[in-house]
Write a new protein. Structure first.
Length: 278
């Protein structure tokens, strides 16, 4: 769940994307934006939210409203199929973001496109940026050609029947990206080798593969082999799944969810003597 300051920061991020688009000039093709956060430094009051361009294949760039909707659903479908170019693109982006900020969260997808806006019984050129965040909130920025300031609307409870077609496409794209990142995290659980990083690294997995064929999981905290429980439940975020892989010996766990992504929760091992416990 995004807080009010988060929503305000995300709205400012959309406005900043419009300012960047203005520098490139009018008539630019559709641009997809992946909006993410950066954990706040100790002196900062709230986390910083940024956007980056998600590159499109030139043959996929649409020229009309129907094409924009088809594009978003096409990319969502590509993220749900194995070994597609758009999967590889998202994987590379997520890896780069996590390398810079291990606890990064993907917060929203946005589409920047040109449109026509009825004004005083005539059509004027307009640039729009539509976005949907992980709570399903809808943002729309509209800047008329020749105007200095855009108009920004934020709808906390959008009606899918009364929103632009891009809303449904962005919802599908957000859900597919959430499923992809969860699947990637579970695959990483199987593929990570032991000893890759020191235990002090907050991005260090709890489990590593072991055995002659790499078919077993070993807890890197207490060394238990194949003593783990896996739980998967529909996420309270409204899409995707919450997962929990927990060592049944020491209680260390790896969890994923659509909002906070992947997290490691190592337990204290060996356990503290009874008289040392709080």
């Amino acid at each position: 769940m995004l807080s009010f300051p988060d929503v305000h920061a995300l709205t400012s991020c959309v406005a900043a994307a419009d300012a960047d688009a203005d520098l490139r000039g009018w008539g630019q093709p559709v641009t997809l934006l992946l909006i993410h956060d950066r954990s706040p430094a100790a002196h900062e009051a709230q986390r910083e939210i940024r956007s980056l361009e998600f590159p499109l294949h030139p043959s996929d760039v649409p020229t009309d409203a129907a094409g924009r909707l088809a594009l978003l659903h096409h990319i969502a479908g590509e993220l749900d199929r194995p070994a597609t170019p758009y999967q590889a693109t998202l994987a590379a982006i997520v890896d780069l973001l996590r390398a810079a900020t291990p606890n990064v969260h993907l917060l929203a997808w946005a589409a920047c496109y040109r449109d026509l806006q009825p004004v005083d019984q005539r059509l004027r050129q307009a640039r729009r940026i539509d976005a949907v965040d992980i709570d399903g909130r809808f943002y729309q920025l509209t800047r008329l050609h020749g105007e200095d300031h855009p108009v920004v609307l934020v709808d906390d409870t959008p009606d899918p029947n009364n929103t632009p077609p891009t809303y449904r496409g962005l919802v599908a794209l957000l859900a597919a990206a959430g499923r992809f990142t969860q699947t990637r995290t579970r695959a990483r659980l199987r593929m990570t080798s032991t000893g890759r990083r020191p235990r002090s690294d907050p991005d260090e997995p709890i489990f590593g593969v072991c055995g002659p064929d790499g078919e077993s999981l070993r807890c890197r905290i207490c060394a238990a082999v194949d003593e783990h429980a896996v739980t998967e439940l529909p996420s309270m975020a409204g899409y995707g799944e919450d997962t929990d892989v927990r060592c049944t010996r020491c209680g260390s766990a790896e969890t994923t969810d659509p909002i906070f992504g992947w997290r490691a929760k190592p337990a204290t091992w060996p356990p503290l003597p009874q008289h040392d416990q709080p």
